[in-house]
Design a protein around this ligand. Structure first.
Ligand SMILES: [Zn+2]
Length: 249
């Protein structure tokens, strides 16, 4: 079947002498892997820079019995400034690309995730604000890995006052259950309220929220632990931005 769709580039690596295998997040088919034959020998064969999170229009030949489809056409629509990004911008974009790749299953369409990437990139293009926590909260919710932040993961009781984050169990414990994990750390009410607000608000509304540095710091720690817990490892792009330059090649 011939398929045609807009697609964000998540990851590309060399394959054999002349080709590349690319993972896209497409609007109509979700995450798709494809081979761009001959692109290293003749880059003009496809009119794309293959930069991370660039938006392309792709045409691919979808076959049932393979995960890697033949991409016949890949035309870049927008690079969102990723062709010559600052280190910071590159670090943010690489993290989002890796996160989407890790959390989303193959060939399962999810238009809201596609829109979320689009919103993130448009914001990134307009400035250097770090909107990664907003993206993380939203994609966790959309991909079904939503943290249980309104109830205790041990006893399911609604969390009214004291809340503790358990890294080893990937969620919140109430005051009564917190002794079951002696490493659980107290969570500010403001962090829970912020997370729930972002989860329920549109991107533009979530952007306008003023987070205190204390809440922001706590949420960043919790979200990183939560993502590592579900992915089963630390993401390569969770490293400090200055170390990410090695991942650029
Ligand atoms: Zn409990």
């Amino acid at each position: 079947m011939i398929c045609s769709t807009p697609a964000f580039l998540l990851r590309a690596f060399d394959f054999r002498e002349t080709s590349k295998i690319v993972t896209f997040f497409t609007r109509d088919f979700g995450k798709v892997k494809g081979i761009l034959k001959g692109v290293r020998k003749d880059p003009r064969k496809f009119s794309t820079t293959l930069s991370p999170l660039s938006l392309n229009h792709i045409v691919f030949y979808r076959k049932r019995n393979t995960e890697i489809h033949l991409v016949g056409q890949c035309d870049q629509i927008d690079d969102f400034g990723m062709l010559t990004p600052s280190l910071k911008t590159f670090g943010f974009a690489s993290h989002i690309a890796e996160l989407v790749d890790c959390l989303m299953p193959l060939e399962d369409a999810h238009a809201e995730v596609f829109e979320l990437i689009f919103d993130f990139l448009n914001t990134l293009k307009g400035g250097t604000a770090d909107t990664r926590p907003i993206f993380q909260i939203k994609i966790l919710s959309l991909s079904g890995f939503k943290p249980h932040f309104d109830s205790c993961l041990a006893c399911d009781a609604k969390i009214e006052r004291d809340a503790f984050f358990s890294r080893s169990r990937g969620g919140l414990l109430c005051g009564r259950c917190c002794p079951t994990d002696r490493h659980a750390e107290a969570v500010l009410q403001g962090s829970i309220a912020t997370l729930l607000y972002i989860e329920r608000s549109e991107w533009s509304k979530a952007l306008r929220l003023n987070m205190s540095s204390q809440i922001r710091g706590q949420l960043e720690g919790i979200l990183t632990s939560f993502i590592n817990f579900h992915v089963g490892r630390a993401l390569k792009t969770s490293r400090p931005v200055h170390e990410l330059i090695d991942l650029a090649g």
